[in-house]
Design a protein around this ligand. Structure first.
Ligand SMILES: NC(=O)C1=CN([C@@H]2O[C@H](COP(=O)(O)OP(=O)(O)OC[C@H]3O[C@@H](n4cnc5c(N)ncnc54)[C@H](O)[C@@H]3O)[C@@H](O)[C@H]2O)C=CC1
Ligand SMILES: O=C(O)/C=C/C=C(\O)C(=O)O
Length: 477
């Protein structure tokens, strides 16, 4: 499968090509077409035309039926999708087969259910003193925003792309999507499925290419774009926002994190260690929800650190960093941690496998201790399989440490004291707080972050709200 643009219902590989490398061994796997400004223009124009034409006339029932057809289409080509996601990201096959691709299917089915079952509001109104009856019926209808730009990252390529595309289409928008330049393959397969499902040309468009001064920027600064949904780095969000400001384009942002775990002495320690290992090392830490700061109550601190370090050393089936650049970034933090005075309790380097993976972009699962809270390693998002563990004494101190961050995406709290769980969770400045678990997801719940971790919420009705505009109709009775 060759990555291709999909514009106005036509596949093409126009534009210069850039290499696609395997993160597993560094070898070139193929090439990706770089969309020019003209290709992005065509895609935005095609989306606008679809809204003015057949797509704009669909009702929610038809759109939900199409979403279900897309879900079925992905399911029918499940293994192909898994192969493509594994090839682009290097992630363990099990992860792609149990999380990425099933969630992409689930995203389409969830929004087919949610959009179809969505009630509208009505307000019977009486205005005393108004000439005539003074009575009216107010009701709201929701209108799509128009042409939506979707910019997605490389860590959960199809999951995060469909997490925005499904609600955007369900709400009646036309979409121009640009996946990460590192992971173009499952997006191209999705375009094939959407084409076969029978969406009118232009309702969904796909362009490939880089971000800054390239396809991503052309798209997010395009005057024909009515809304932008983005997941990725906070700095990229800020750059997109600057461009969006020119046209006052609404944005929905899911950005970075420096997520804390709070482990209380009353926690089930084995569960807390295993949960923290999962939240730190899954997909080699390349999920925005991953833990990078761990605070452990002093009586169990030493035992926790040793157990987590052992778990890190025992980690076997893990994938690489997405690219040589990202591997170098993570390794630069491993070096910085040492310069800042960290004790490297586990990992801290590059693994040696004795096979083709030695040419790939791997780093070791790593556990650090001994850094002050002011250290850059403790404050900046690394996006690798690494956490810093520090002790605390009191509950208030744990909450203060958790909140002392420019980010506020997700947190985990480990305790068997129910009162403490309910006391602590709402005090943590984060969009999502998991108690005695991590990444347990219900697609109806609000998903997103506070502070530098994002703007707005995705999930359930929150996404449908973002991708539509309420219009109030007032009918005098
Ligand atoms: N979900 C998250 O929280 C993610 C965080 N990151 C963080 O970001 C760092 C950099 O990774 P990148 O792949 O460079 O992430 P990124 O945020 O730069 O890229 C995400 C998407 O944005 C696009 N993009 C980049 N600059 C743009 C611009 N100026 N205008 C429009 N679109 C633009 C990219 O082409 C890609 O599709 C990582 O090391 C990691 O720390 C990366 C991916 C996901
Ligand atoms: O929706 C989810 O379950 C996961 C979302 C993860 C991200 O947004 C991310 O890693 O960027």
């Amino acid at each position: 499968m060759k990555p291709a643009h999909y514009v106005n219902g036509v596949f093409s590989t126009s534009g210069a090509a850039f290499p696609l490398r395997s993160p597993v061994d560094g070898n070139q796997m193929g090439v990706v077409p770089e969309a020019t400004r003209e290709t992005v223009d065509e895609a935005v124009n095609a989306a606008g035309a679809a809204l003015a034409g057949a797509w704009g006339r669909t009702d929610v029932g038809e759109r939900c039926a199409l979403l279900r057809r897309i879900a079925d289409g992905v399911e029918a080509r499940f293994e192909e999708f898994v192969d493509a996601e594994v090839a682009d990201t290097g992630k363990p096959r099990e992860l792609a087969a149990t999380v990425d691709i099933p969630r992409a299917i689930g995203n389409f089915r969830a929004y087919a259910d949610l959009a179809y079952g969505r009630p509208e509001r009505a307000y019977p109104t009486t205005v005393p003193g108004w000439s005539g009856s003074g009575q009216a019926l107010n009701y709201t209808v929701r209108r799509p925003l128009g042409v939506v730009a979707v910019i997605s990252p490389w860590n959960l390529p199809l999951l995060l792309l469909t997490w925005k595309v499904a609600p955007a289409l369900a709400a009646g928008n036309a979409v121009v999507a640009k996946p990460s330049e590192e992971t173009p393959s499952t997006a191209t397969l999705l375009a094939e499925v959407i084409d076969a499902a029978g969406l009118p040309p232009g309702a969904f468009n796909l362009v490939h290419g880089h971000g800054a001064n390239a396809a991503g920027e052309y798209l997010t600064s395009h005057p024909g774009v009515d809304a932008i949904a983005f997941t990725g780095a906070s700095a990229t969000g800020a750059a997109i926002m600057r461009n969006a400001a020119d046209h006052v384009t609404p944005v929905s942002f899911e950005l970075g994190g420096k997520n804390p775990a709070l482990v209380f002495a009353d926690a089930d320690l084995a569960e807390a260690v295993e949960g923290t290992a999962r939240s730190t090392f899954t997909h080699s830490g390349q999920i925005c929800l991953c833990t990078e700061r761990v605070y452990v109550q002093r009586p169990v601190y030493e035992e926790f650190v040793q157990a987590l370090a052992e778990r890190a050393r025992a980690q076997r089936d893990y994938g690489p960093m997405i690219s040589a650049e990202h591997r170098d970034k993570v390794l630069s933090y491993y070096r910085l941690a040492r310069e800042e005075g960290a004790t490297v309790v586990a990992g801290g380097g590059v693994p040696r496998f004795g096979d083709e993976r030695d040419g790939g972009f791997y780093v070791e699962p790593t556990v650090l201790t001994g850094l002050p809270e002011s250290a850059r390693t403790v404050r900046e998002e690394i996006f690798g399989p690494v956490c810093h563990v520090a002790p605390f004494d009191e509950e208030d101190e744990a909450v203060r440490l958790a909140n002392d961050s420019p980010y506020g995406l997700a947190a985990t709290v480990w305790t068997t004291d129910l009162s403490r769980a309910h006391r602590v969770a709402p005090r943590v400045e984060a969009g999502i707080v998991w108690v005695n678990c991590w990444n347990l997801r219900d697609l109806r719940t609000p998903f997103g972050g506070v502070k530098a971790s994002g703007i707005g919420r995705e999930g359930g009705e929150y996404s449908l709200d973002f991708f539509s505009e309420p219009v109030n109709v007032c009918v005098k009775i």
